[in-house]
Every structure is written in C-alpha cells, then in structure tokens.
Design a protein around this ligand. Structure first.
Ligand code: CU
Length: 376
C-alpha cells in the first residue's frame, strides 16, 4: 500500500505546475497569431506591433506562408534566405488582389530587371526588401493599411512569383491551412505532418491533451489524438489532419492546431479501464508504441496488467474501432466510456449505461466501436 501511495504522489508531482485543469496541461491558447501587443505605457495605447520571422526555403517557399495582423499594425518581417540551392529571393507586400499583376509585371522587366533588383514600379507594392543573397538576412518594417483584407506577399525574381507567395490576413479571419486558397498548395502540405499521407502518426503537442500526445491520421477521413501521459484516446475529428506550422516555426513547444471540432471527446479525468476486485487502480503507465501497417499500437500497464491498444476506422468511416488486447488478466475488467456524441458497442459483453464488464478471457482480445451520431 505504501509503495502504491508514493507512486501516486510521484505521478502527481511530475504533472506540470500550470495545470489548472488536470486534463489540459498545455497552455490553453493555441498560437494563432505571431502578433504581440505592446504593453500600454501609462494612458496612451501604442500601436500594435507584429513581429514575424519568414524564411525563404528550397523549392521557392516562404515559411510560414501566412500570418495574421490588423489594419494599422506596425509590422516587422525578419527575412532569412535559407535556400540551400543558393537562389537569391526578395519579399514584396502587395495590395489585395494584385498578386498576378505584379508577378506578370516583374517578368516583363526583362533586361531592366537586375538594375531594379527585379522590383517593378507599381503603387500596389506597399513594402519590399532588397534582394537577399543566399544566407542573407534583412528586416523590413511597414504599417498595415487601414483597409482590412488579404494582402499577398511574393518573391518577384523571374519565375519565382508564380509559386513563391503567401498572405497576410489583416483583420480578416484566417481559414484552416488546408482550405486556404491564398497560399501555394505545397505550403499547406509542408505544414501538415505526413504531407497528407494516411495513415500517419505524429508525436506532437496537441490542444486539450497532455504534453505527451500522438496525433494520428487514419486511412479515410478520421483522425484522433491519443494521450500517452494518460494512456487513452482523448478525441477524434473528421477531415484534414493537424496544422503544425506554429509548432515547426516556434520553439517546438507550440501546440498543433486541430482544424475541425472533434465529434467525440473523452470525459475529463476518467480512465476507461479498471481491473475489478483489484482495489483502486494506480495511474496507467505508458510503455511505448510500435507502428504496424502505418498505425500505432499503444502499449501500457494498468495495475500490473499489460494492455495493447490499436485504433482503426470503422467500416465506411462511421467511427472508430478500439482494439484491446490484455493477455494476462487475473481479474474481470471493467470498461467505461462517455458516449458523448457516439453510440458505443463492444465485441464482447454488453454496455449498460456506458459500463462494460468482461471476464479475463473476454478481455484478452476485444473491440469497442464508437459510432459517430452527429448529423453529417
Ligand atoms: Cu524567390
């Protein structure tokens, strides 16, 4: 008993100190914007400043391909030419809707191009950098115009602007990365772990989950977040996989963002498995996972029993199937899951108001199916 108690204490002490909600130990605000408000000195509020770092990457890409500002903001963009193929690039900010026009005009500069550093004369260019040679770095400053809108930015080197562009969302809502028509399709793919491949598993910081989370894109159109700290499925959503641009660009501790509302989320603080007649279960202990056919099989321990869990899509993408293997169980297993928006069924035993009791031999190999009942 004493051992079990000190283990629990240790588990608690290891939890992050900022966890106001034990189920959401990550900082609650997803990093939607790189904008930082200047603290108000005394009575006068200063203009908001937006500081962004943008790298010019191989394959003629700006990274990140987009950012958020507001009309009137003072914007500084620190540019770095990180293109390992040694191409020079520049950075032009344009008025909304002027991308094609300025790209075409820069192509028409012809022999005059080099002398003008490939920057045409056009009032639609509201700010620009000089040409950045390989490994060059420069910071440019400009003020966002008072009109809200989607302000394109481009590289105007001949042949670059057609694919090397991005967008500033100024006072305009930014769409999900995968649905953004104002950035190159390649840019969205690069910021999606796996580049749109399914199945795909990514260890990453996820919103509304513990710091040790694994996001999984299943074949079809379902995705889920599994919390390795708590050894359980946290939520599942349909549609595009996660957007990791904030994570890749930040210090690596930023949260990925989930583009769609989950159709099912686990109940807070409730672990689904309990070994019956074995007293209160200590916290589940994560033992690792392996990838088989692209899908992770999670391995953990509950009250001395080893559990193997794999999650697959239900036929027709109607929901998720949780496959459990608990090979050496000495006592019956109690299983409970909050239905939320799902209909829950099992391959053995029967759910009685969300609770299932299985004999050790039934628990050796069983599935639980969560069927999505939300209107689609
Ligand atoms: Cu370029």
């Amino acid at each position: 008993m004493k051992l079990a108690a000190s283990f629990l204490l240790l588990t608690c002490a290891a939890a992050p100190a900022f966890a106001a909600d034990p189920d959401a130990p990550n900082p609650p605000t997803p990093p939607q914007s790189t904008a930082t408000a200047t603290p108000k000195p005394g009575k006068t509020a200063k203009k908001k400043q937006v500081k962004v770092k943008i790298a010019m990457r191989d394959g003629m890409r700006f990274e990140p391909p987009r950012f958020v500002a507001n009309p009137g903001d003072e914007v500084s963009v620190s540019l770095e030419n990180a293109d390992s193929t040694h191409q020079p690039h520049n950075f032009l900010v344009l008025l909304p809707g002027k991308r094609d026009e300025v790209v075409k005009q820069s192509l028409e500069l012809g022999d005059k191009g080099p002398a003008q550093e490939f920057i045409p004369v056009n009032p639609a260019i509201i700010a620009h950098s000089a040409l950045l040679n390989p490994e060059g770095a420069k910071t440019i400053h400009f003020t966002m115009p008072s009109e809200p809108g989607i302000y394109p930015f481009i590289c105007s080197m001949p042949g670059h602007g057609m694919i090397m562009y991005g967008a500033i969302y100024s006072g305009v809502k930014m769409p999900a990365l995968s649905e953004d028509q104002n950035i190159p399709p390649m840019a969205a793919q690069v910021a999606t772990p796996g580049g749109g491949r399914r199945p795909f598993a990514q260890r990453i910081f996820m919103p509304n989950s513990g710091p040790a989370s694994i996001a999984v894109a299943l074949p079809g159109n379902l995705n889920y977040c599994w919390d390795a700290g708590q050894c359980r499925l946290r939520y599942t959503w349909r549609g595009p996989f996660i957007d990791a641009s904030a994570h890749w660009l930040g210090n690596g501790r930023e949260l990925a963002s989930v583009p769609k509302e989950p159709w099912w989320s686990a109940e807070k603080g409730k672990f689904p498995l309990k070994i019956a007649d074995a007293g209160p279960s200590p916290a589940a202990k994560f033992l690792g996972y392996k990838i088989a056919a692209g899908l992770p099989e999670f391995h953990y321990e509950v009250a001395g029993a080893e559990v193997f869990e794999t999650i697959t899509p239900a036929p027709g993408d109607t929901g998720l199937v949780l496959h459990y293997r608990i090979p050496k169980l000495a006592h019956p297993l109690e299983f409970s899951l909050a239905p939320a928006n799902a209909k829950i069924a099992s391959s053995a035993g029967a759910f009685d108001s969300g609770n299932l009791r299985l004999t050790p031999s039934q628990a050796a190999d069983f599935t639980v199916t969560l069927t999505d009942t939300t209107p689609r």
